[in-house]
Write a protein that binds this ligand. Structure first.
Ligand code: IMP
Length: 511
C-alpha cells in the first residue's frame, strides 16, 4: 500500500507570523536583505550572494535581458530562460553583462578619416554621443582622440569634413591608465568635469570607457548586484538535454549562476547533469537544482557535492496545471517546511548550508514574507515579474486596462522553440502543464519591488530581526482558520477607493 503522509498539504495563505519584540534602535531601512545563492561550506563565506532575496522565473514571458538588468539593479537575479536556442540565450546573458556599469568596452568607434555625416549616423544608430577615434576604428585600437556631439554643429559645419578635423585630439583628452579603480576613475571625471573617461593601456590602446552617468546611476541604485568587474550579475537556466553544449556557452557569455529548469528535478537525468558540470568546472560555478518538494529530493540533489541551492515547488505556479494534469505536487508551504527541516538537519550533520529557493505560487507580498520566515533563503517569481514594464512581452489594452501576456513553460507555445533548434530532437507534447494567460501591467520592476521590500523589512522589524537568517530563526508561525483568513481583510465596512481595487486586482488581492 502507498505511504499516506500525516497532515494535509498546506499553502502560505494558511499561516501568519506572531510579532516578537521590536527594539527601539531598529529601522526598516537598515534591515539587511542579502542572502546566499551558493552552498556555504563550514567556516567559509558564501561564494555568491544576492542583495535582495528575489529571483525571476526562467520563463519566456518573464526573464529576458531587460528584466534581468532591471532586477540586478535592485539587487536580485534574473534567470534567463533556456527554452530557446543556445546562441540566443547566451546573447541575452551577454547583453546583461555588457550593460553599462563601471568599465565598459567601447562599441561605437570611428577613425580620423570618417566623415561627420557618417559619425552622426553612428551616433543616431547607437544612441552614443561620445565616440572614441582610434587608429583602426575598433574599441581596442590606439586612441587618437574623442569626438562628441558638442564638437560640430549639424547645420553650420560641412558634414563632409572628417572626424580628424573636429575631434579633441589625444594630447587634450583626459584619460585614465589601465589598473586604476572605478573610484579613481570617477574622481578623475569629477575633477576634470568630464562625462566620459577613456582608459588606456601602456601602449595607448583603448581598453574601456567610464561614464559619469553610470556613476550617478549607481548612486541611485546602492543595492545593485555586481560581479568583481562591476558588471551586473545574471543567472541562466539549463535543461537536462543539451547541458554539455549549453553550459560552456553560458559560462563563456558570463553567467554568474546556473539552474536546472524542470518541474521535477528528482531525476537521474538531473543528477547526471550536475555530476557532469561538477566534473568539468568543479565548485567554480554556482549551480541550482530542482524542483523538489521533499526531504528525499533534497538529499538526492545535494549529496556528493551536488547542487549549490535547491528550488522547491511543484504545481503551485499561477499558470501551472501540473497537479490537475498529472496528480503530482505538494502544497507549497508543506513542501518548503519539509525541505527546510532536512536542510537544517543536513547543516547540523555536515556543517554545509544549502540555500533554498521557494519557487512559484506567491500570490501577494505577504506570502513572500511567510516563505522567507518559513526558511526559504530567496523566492523565485514568474507572474510578479511578467506584470512589469521590463518583461519581454508587448503591452496589450483590454477593455481600457493594460495587460501583458504570461504563459507557462509547459505550454505548447513555450515548447515550440524546439522545432527550430537543430540540436534538439522534436519531442511532441501530448498534454500541457501550463496555461497561456494575461496579467495586468503594474509598473516597473523598481516600483513594485520597492513596495514589496519595504513591507518585508517592516515585518522583519516586527519580529525583531536585522537580517534574513535571524528572521528565520526568530519567526513563530501560526496556522490560521478559514475564519481568520476572512478576518484578515477589512470587515463590516464599505470602501470606495479606486486605487485599492486596482492594487488588489493586480497583486495584493489574491490569497
Ligand atoms: P508564479 O510565480 O506563480 O507565476 O510561478 C512561476 C513558476 O511556475 C516558475 O518559476 C516555474 O517553477 C513554474 N512554471 C513555469 N511554467 C510552468 C508550466 O507551464 N507549468 C507548471 N509550472 C510552471
Amino acid at each position: 500500500m502507498a505511504t499516506i503522509l500525516e497532515g494535509v498539504s498546506r499553502t502560505f495563505a494558511e499561516f501568519l507570523l506572531i510579532p516578537r519584540l521590536t527594539r527601539k534602535d531598529q529601522k526598516p531601512d537598515e534591515v539587511d536583505l542579502s542572502t546566499p545563492l551558493s552552498a556555504v561550506e563550514p567556516n567559509k563565506l558564501a561564494r555568491f550572494k544576492i542583495n535582495t532575496p528575489v529571483v525571476s522565473a526562467a520563463m519566456q514571458s518573464v526573464s529576458g535581458s531587460r528584466l534581468a538588468i532591471a532586477l540586478a539593479r535592485q539587487g536580485g537575479l534574473g534567470f534567463v530562460f533556456c527554452s530557446q536556442d543556445i546562441a540566443s540565450q547566451a546573447e541575452m546573458v551577454h547583453q546583461v553583462k555588457a550593460h553599462k556599469a563601471g568599465f565598459v568596452s567601447s562599441d561605437s568607434n570611428t577613425k580620423t578619416d570618417t566623415t561627420l555625416l557618417e559619425v552622426i549616423e553612428l551616433m543616431k544608430r547607437t544612441g552614443h554621443s561620445t565616440v572614441p577615434v582610434t587608429d583602426d576604428g575598433t574599441g581596442s585600437g590606439k586612441l587618437l582622440g574623442l569626438i562628441t556631439d558638442q564638437d560640430f554643429w549639424v547645420y553650420e559645419d560641412d558634414l563632409s569634413n572628417t572626424v580628424g578635423q573636429h575631434m579633441t585630439a589625444i594630447d587634450k583628452v583626459i584619460f585614465g591608465v589601465e589598473g586604476l579603480t572605478l573610484n579613481e576613475a570617477n574622481r578623475l571625471l569629477h575633477k576634470h568635469k568630464k562625462n566620459c573617461l577613456p582608459i588606456l593601456d601602456d601602449a595607448g590602446h583603448l581598453t574601456s570607457l567610464v561614464f559619469k552617468k553610470d556613476y550617478e546611476d549607481h548612486m541611485r541604485h546602492p543595492n545593485e548586484l555586481l560581479d568583481g568587474s562591476k558588471r551586473l550579475c545574471v543567472g541562466a537556466a539549463i535543461n537536462t538535454h543539451d547541458y554539455r553544449e549549453r553550459v560552456p556557452a553560458l559560462i563563456e557569455a558570463g553567467a554568474d549562476a546556473l539552474c536546472f529548469d524542470s518541474s521535477d528535478g528528482f531525476t537521474e537525468f538531473q543528477k547526471e547533469g550536475i555530476e557532469w558540470i561538477r566534473h568539468q568546472y568543479g565548485q567554480s560555478i554556482v549551480i541550482g537544482g530542482g524542483n523538489i518538494v521533499s526531504a528525499e529530493g533534497f538529499d538526492y540533489l545535494v549529496e556528493d557535492g551536488g547542487v549549490d541551492f535547491v528550488k522547491v515547488g511543484m504545481g503551485g505556479g499561477s499558470i501551472c496545471i501540473t497537479r490537475e494534469q498529472k496528480g503530482v505536487g505538494r502544497g507549497q508551504a508543506s513542501a518548503l517546511m519539509d525541505v527546510v527541516r532536512r536542510r537544517d538537519e543536513y547543516l547540523a550533520e555536515t556543517g554545509r548550508y544549502i540555500p533554498i529557493c521557494s519557487d512559484g505560487g506567491l500570490a501577494n507580498d505577504t506570502q513572500i514574507v511567510i516563505a522567507l520566515a518559513m526558511g526559504a533563503d530567496f523566492v523565485m517569481m514568474g507572474r510578479y515579474f511578467a506584470m512589469t514594464e521590463e518583461s519581454p512581452t508587448p503591452k496589450t489594452s483590454i477593455n481600457g486596462q493594460m495587460y501583458k501576456p504570461y504563459w507557462g513553460e509547459g505550454t505548447n507555445r513555450a515548447q515550440n522553440w524546439q522545432r527550430y533548434a537543430e540540436d534538439m530532437s522534436t519531442r511532441e507534447m501530448v498534454f500541457e502543464e501550463g496555461v497561456d494567460a494575461y496579467v495586468p501591467l503594474v509598473g516597473s520592476v523598481a516600483e513594485v519591488l520597492k513596495t514589496t521590500l519595504y513591507k518585508l523589512r517592516s515585518t522583519m522589524v516586527n519580529v525583531g530581526a536585522d537580517g534574513l537568517s535571524e528572521f528565520r530563526d526568530r519567526s513563530i508561525l501560526t496556522l490560521v482558520s478559514e475564519q481568520s483568513v476572512i478576518e484578515a481583510g477589512t470587515s463590516s465596512v464599505f470602501q470606495f477607493s479606486a486605487t485599492r481595487d486596482i492594487e488588489e486586482s493586480n497583486w495584493g488581492g489574491k490569497s
